[in-house]
Structures are given as structure tokens and as C-alpha cells.
Design a protein around this ligand. Structure first.
Ligand code: KG4
Ligand code: ZN
Length: 343
């Protein structure tokens, strides 16, 4: 379908524990970006409770969409497209967003497109942020690492909207590993930021932890690293929690940097784009930048507000997907196990 630099797209995101809606112009300029986080609700349980998440999405979705439209000063008639995350994610949560998007599409006659959440995270690098920070240059191929609570994926980007999965995790995602380690160390939820805070006062070399390498393409594996931490804690040797946090964080970062650089070299990428909640981590930012520089590449990290789940990235991904392959019809469905195409 034809979309221009002025086309407005409404994005809707409910795949996990953020209810989000945003309006994006031309696939890159954020006009409004509303995120209602449930993190405090789930913190009581030490993790996201799917049933609680979908109920909260159902309560919030209309309010969040209305707020995004009003902050954008947009009427339905000003929009060209509605984009919604259809997977991967929690199925009950995804269903709330997809059903709402279908309802808005039916009521307004606007075309609808279902988006892969990972494609959304990748597209966040190409957004002009509210802070006015320049997006990543549109140079291809680019290599993207999406590291979050649910995924550790490497994707090759051939052009806007053209992604191919080239690496993934065999077991835990990087964020999941950090969340589990934080729980083990009694640091609370969400684990990534808690580990990062504790690690600031710790020595990353204090505790000897493995850097699991599958030697199989560009695959990650974090389950063994978590088991190694459990063993260290149970061994009875007293380590300050700050050292344990710093050592574990460094091991996760080392694995992420190693596979990403290997893939970037293998595919002759122009640049490395890092997205997803774990991209908020300052050690990952520093080490990835340094490693990329060493390989003659640049590493781009979206601003913090665009690293974690949001709907601006979904609206932007929707813009490029619809321009390339058209809109979906109302038979489009939520798919909790949706993957990026592998070829
Ligand atoms: O992308 P995201 O908001 O949601 C998912 O799609 O999963 O990512 C959430 C994940 C959580 O595992 C959280 O612990 C991690 O990102 N995270 C961090 C940091 N902030 C969030 N990990 C490391 N350092 C951080 N500063
Ligand atoms: Zn995410």
C-alpha cells in the first residue's frame, strides 16, 4: 500500500506487561507515545503473571489509545493505518491488543497490519526520539541484537521492513537470565536494572563464571550460566552480592557481545543495532560500543524510553511492512510463538 513521509500510523502493543499506543508520522517521527506500565503490579509476584497482565490490558487499552490520539492531536480520519503486535508474547495479552485493533479497524475502515514484536524492537533504532536524538542511519545490511525478557535474537536487516533471523537463544533469554539471577540473589524484580545497580559496587572478575558458547552458528545459551551461579551460591564460599551481580552481568554481556560481533563480521554488516529491555544496560552499551569500534563498526542504542516495550516501534514497523507487503485482513490472528522469517 502507498504510504508517504506524512502518513500517520497508530501503533498498539500489549504483548507482555506494558499497555502501549503511539502515533508515528512517516515511519520515523514520534507524534505521541503512551506507555501504561504494569511493572509495579507484577513486582508483588516477582514476575509477570499472565492472567493479571491480560486483565489489566483490557482495563487500560481504550484509555491508552484515546490518550495517544489526543496527545497526537489526531482524528481517526487523519490516520492511514493501524499496526498491532500479533506475537510473540503472552497469548492473553496479545489477544487484547489484536482484538482492540480489529475493532478500531472495523469501526473506522482503516487498514490493519499485524506486527512481529521483534521487528518492532529492531525498528526502534530508526525512530527520531522525542529527545530529538538522531536515529541510526539507514545503512544495510545492518545486524540487530534484540535482547529482552523473552528473546535474545540476532537479525540481519536488508532494508527497512526486511528482516531475517540469523541467531537466537537455545534456552533462556538474556533478560530472563538476569531476572532469574536477581531472584536468586534476592535483588528483586525486574532483575536487569536490579543487577545493574548492585553490580556498580562489585568486581566483575571476582567470581569465575563460564561464557557458554554453543559453537553452533550464532546461538546463545544462558541456562548453564545460571546453573553455575546457583552452584557458586550453594557452595558456601561467601561472596558479596555486589561481586556476584557484577560477575554474572559481565558474563551475560560477554556472550551477547561475542555472538553479535561474530554475526556482524560474518554478514559484513555496516552497523550493529541493539534493542530490547537489556539494551538499557550500561555495561552492555560500553562493551558493545568498544567491541564494534575495534571491528571498524558503529553500535547504535535507542534512547532508554524506546529500548523497553512501546508502541511507537510497532507503528513504525507497521509503516514499512504495509508499504512492502500490504495490509492484513481481519483473519489476522495473535500468535504467541511468532518468529521472524529465517530466510
Ligand atoms: O523489552 P522488554 O521491556 O520486555 C520484553 O519484551 O521482555 O525487556 C524486559 C527485560 C527484563 O528481563 C529486564 O530485566 C531487562 O529487560 N532489563 C535490563 C535492564 N532494564 C531492563 N537488563 C539489564 N540492564 C538493564 N538496565
Ligand atoms: Zn519487548
Amino acid at each position: 500500500m502507498r504510504l508517504t513521509d506524512n502518513s500517520l500510523v497508530l501503533g498498539i502493543e500489549t504483548s507482555c506487561d506494558e499497555t502501549a499506543a503511539a502515533v508515528v508520522r512517516g515511519g520515523h517521527e514520534i507524534v505521541s507515545n503512551v506507555v501504561a506500565s504494569q511493572v509495579e503490579i507484577h513486582a508483588h509476584f516477582g514476575g509477570v503473571v499472565p492472567e493479571v497482565a491480560s486483565r489489566r490490558h483490557a482495563e487500560q487499552i481504550t484509555l491508552v489509545v484515546e490518550q495517544a490520539m489526543s496527545e497526537a492531536d489526531a482524528d481517526w480520519g487523519d490516520l492511514s493505518l493501524i499496526a498491532v503486535t500479533r506475537g510473540p508474547g503472552l497469548v492473553g495479552s496479545l489477544l487484547v491488543g489484536v482484538s482492540a485493533a480489529k475493532g478500531y479497524s472495523l469501526a473506522t475502515g482503516l487498514p490493519l497490519v499485524g506486527i512481529n514484536h521483534i521487528a518492532g524492537h529492531i525498528t526502534s533504532s530508526f525512530l527520531l526520539s522525542a529527545e530529538g536524538r538522531e536515529p541510526a542511519p539507514r545503512e544495510f545490511p545492518s545486524l540487530a541484537l534484540v535482547a529482552s525478557g523473552g528473546h535474545s535474537d540476532l537479525a540481519l536487516i536488508a532494508g527497512m521492513g526486511r528482516y531475517r533471523l540469523v541467531g537466537f537463544t537455545r534456552d533462556d533469554a538474556a533478560g530472563e537470565a538476569l531476572d532469574k539471577a536477581a531472584r536468586l540473589l534476592g535483588l528483586g524484580y525486574p532483575g536487569g536494572p536490579a543487577i545493574e545497580r548492585a553490580a556498580r559496587d562489585g568486581d566483575p572478575k571476582a567470581v569465575d563464571l563460564p561464557r557458554p558458547d554453543t559453537k553452533d552458528g550464532f546461538e546463545f545459551s544462558f541456562a548453564g550460566l545460571k546453573t553455575a551461579l546457583v552452584r557458586v551460591v550453594e557452595d558456601g564460599v561467601e561472596h558479596p552480592v555486589t561481586d556476584l551481580a557484577a560477575s554474572f552481568q559481565q558474563a551475560v554481556v560477554d556472550c551477547l557481545v561475542r555472538e553479535t560481533l561474530e554475526a556482524a563480521r560474518h554478514f559484513n554488516a555496516w552497523q550493529i543495532l541493539v534493542a530490547g529491555g537489556v539494551a538499557a544496560n550500561s555495561v552492555l552499551r560500553n562493551d558493545m560500543r568498544a567491541a564494534a569500534e575495534g571491528a571498524g563498526l558503529s553500535a547504535y542504542f535507542p534512547p532508554m524510553s524506546l529500548c523497553t516495550d512501546n508502541a511507537a516501534m510497532v507503528a513504525a514497523a507497521g509503516h514499512f511492512q504495509a508499504a512492502l507487503s500490504g495490509a492484513d485482513d481481519l483473519s489476522m490472528e495473535a500468535d504467541s510463538a511468532l518468529q521472524l522469517p529465517a530466510d
